[in-house]
Design a protein around this ligand. Structure first.
Ligand code: ZN
Length: 384
C-alpha cells in the first residue's frame, strides 16, 4: 500500500483524532517534482522546507532486510484492513516479512468490538483483538460499574487486552467519548484498571506526544516539519509532556497488579534516560517502540545502548499500516548498522536515519520474547 492510500485508510478508520501518526503531513500530489521543477531558479532562497527531500550520496553499506531475523509479535497495530482481500494481503505481508502475530488495538467495546473480531476471525492466531474502555457517563456520579461491565463483556468475548488508551493532555478520549478532565490517575479510573489486573488484561496507553510538538514553531524547532501538523504549543489548556509522564507513573504505581505498556516510548524518545528511570521504578510497565523509529534513528548509539540496557522491557510495534516496505524499514533500523539514509515517504521529519545494529539477544527479546511473556501471563483463555 502506498503512503497516500495508507493515510486515506487511517482517516477512513477514524483514527486520526486520537492516534499520533508520525509519518507527517500528506504529500502534495506532485511534491516530488516540485523540488526539482525549475532547477535554474532553485536556490536556498526559494526551496521551501516542505519540499526539501535530500538524498544521501555517501558510499556506505545499504542493507536490505526482506525478512526479520527472528519471528515477531507486533504489539501495536490497528484494524487498518477493511475488506477480506485487504486482510488476506496483510497476512501475506506478515508471512513474507516474518510477523507471526499482530495485536490490533481497537479501542472499541460492545458490538463494535465484536464486528472487528468477526472481520479478522479467518486467521486464528495471526491477529489478536484488544478492546477499549467505555467512558460513557464519565462525568456523571456513579461512573464505574457500567464501564467495568463493558470491559467484562469484552473479556468474555476473548479480548487480549485493552488499548490503545489516549491522553494527550486534556483527558482520556476515544472515538465515542471525550472524557476531558479525566486523566488515567483519576479515582474514577481505579475500578477499570484494577479489574484489568484481576482479569490479567494488559493495558496499552498513549500519553502526551513528541516533544517537538510543544516547542515554538519557529526556525529552531528540530522536528518542525512533522511537529507543525500535530502542534500542541498553542494549547495552554493541556497537561504538558512532563506532567503526563507524572500522571502515567502515578497510574502505573497505583495499579501495581496491572501490566501497562506505554506506547511510543511514552513519547520520551527524546529523553530515553528518563524513560529508563520510569521503567526502573515500575516493574509492571513495558514500553512499545511503535511509530518512534524516525525520532530514535538520528541518535543510534544512544538508542542502541538504551535497547541493550532495557531489553527486557521493550516490545516491537509498528502503528503504521501493513505495507511490506514499512516493516522492512523498521528491521533496517533495528538490525543493521546502516548510516544516514532517508525514508521520506514513511516519516514526516526530514532527519537522516541510522541503524542500531542490535545484537541477537536484544532483537529476540524486543521482537518476541517480551511480548510472549506479557501475552502468556493471561493464561490460555484468550483467542483471536
Ligand atoms: Zn497506535
Amino acid at each position: 500500500m502506498q503512503r497516500r492510500s495508507f493515510l486515506k485508510t487511517v482517516s477512513a478508520a477514524g483514527l486520526s483524532a486520537g492516534v499520533t501518526p508520525v509519518w507527517g503531513i500528506p504529500s502534495a500530489p506532485n511534491q516530488q517534482d516540485s523540488g526539482s521543477c525549475d532547477a535554474k531558479q532553485a536556490s536556498p532562497e526559494t526551496i521551501l522546507l516542505k519540499d526539501y527531500r535530500p538524498k544521501s550520496l555517501h558510499k556506505v553499506p545499504i542493507t536490505q532486510v526482506p525478512k526479520a531475523k527472528f519471528p515477531i509479535v507486533d504489539m501495536h497495530s490497528h484494524a487498518y484492513a477493511k475488506t477480506p482481500a485487504e486482510i488476506a494481503e496483510w497476512v501475506k505481508n506478515m508471512d513474507e516479512v516474518g510477523i507471526e502475530k499482530t495485536i490490533l488495538l481497537t479501542e472499541t467495546s460492545g458490538q463494535d468490538f465484536i464486528d472487528v473480531q468477526q472481520k479478522f476471525s479467518g486467521y486464528p492466531g495471526r491477529f489478536e483483538i484488544w478492546c477499549g474502555f467505555d467512558y460513557t457517563g464519565y462525568d456523571q456520579p456513579g461512573f464505574g460499574p457500567q464501564a467495568v461491565k463493558a470491559l467484562e463483556a469484552c473479556h468474555r468475548l476473548g479480548t487480549g487486552g485493552v488499548g490503545e488508551l489516549h491522553d494527550k493532555g486534556k483527558g482520556l478520549v476515544n472515538e465515542k467519548v471525550k472524557a476531558f478532565g479525566m486523566h488515567p490517575d483519576d479515582a474514577r479510573m481505579d475500578s477499570l484498571f484494577d479489574r484489568c489486573g484481576q482479569l490479567s488484561l494488559p493495558v496499552n496507553i498513549h500519553v502526551a506526544d513528541p516533544i517537538w510538538m510543544y516547542e515554538p514553531m519557529d526556525h529552531t524547532n528540530d522536528g518542525l516539519m512533522n511537529a507543525f501538523h500535530w502542534r500542541l504549543d498553542n494549547r495552554p489548556d493541556i497537561v504538558k509532556l512532563s506532567g503526563m509522564i507524572d500522571i502515567l507513573e502515578r497510574t502505573v504505581k497505583k495499579h501495581s497488579n496491572t501490566t501497562f505498556i506505554c506506547c511510543h516510548f511514552a513519547n520520551l524518545d527524546y529523553d530515553l534516560a528518563r524513560l529508563g528511570q520510569v521503567l526502573e521504578r515500575h516493574p509492571n510497565l513495558y514500553a512499545d517502540i511503535s511509530a518512534r523509529y524516525a525520532e530514535t534513528a538520528p541518535v543510534p548509539r544512544f538508542a542502541a545502548k538504551f535497547y541493550e540496557k532495557y531489553a527486557n522491557r521493550l516490545v516491537y510495534g509498528t502503528d503504521m499500516g501493513f505495507d511490506k516496505s514499512m516493516y522492512r524499514t523498521t528491521f533496517r533500523i533495528l538490525e543493521t548498522s546502516d548510516e544516514h539514509f532517508y525514508e521520506h515517504d514513511l516519516f514526516g521529519y526530514h532527519w537522516a536515519l541510522n541503524g542500531f545494529g542490535l545484537p541477537d539477544e536484544v532483537l529476540r527479546k524486543v521482537y518476541r520474547t517480551n511480548a510472549q511473556k506479557i501475552l502468556s501471563s493471561r493464561g490460555s483463555r484468550v483467542h483471536a
